[in-house]
Design a binder for this molecule. Structure first.
Ligand SMILES: [Zn+2]
Length: 62
């Protein structure tokens, strides 16, 4: 389980890259992860939600 490597900056719509390293046991919902925008250099602290851990595999409806 891991959060997305990048998110979209809500300020400039640039790409924010994940700063936080995963703990040994992996991320869990409720953990705070930090992202840094490469365009405006703003830092975003995001609390992980359960939805962030949903399987995003495409093409398999199971
Ligand atoms: Zn930005």
């Amino acid at each position: 389980m891991k959060p997305p490597d990048t998110i979209v900056c809500v300020d400039c719509l640039g790409t924010c890259h994940l700063l936080s390293y995963p703990p040994e046991e992996g991320f869990e919902p409720g953990d705070i992860v930090a992202y840094r925008c490469k365009d405006c250099l703003d830092r975003w602290d995001i609390e992980l939600a359960v939805e962030d851990f949903e399987d995003r595999t495409e093409g398999h409806g199971s």
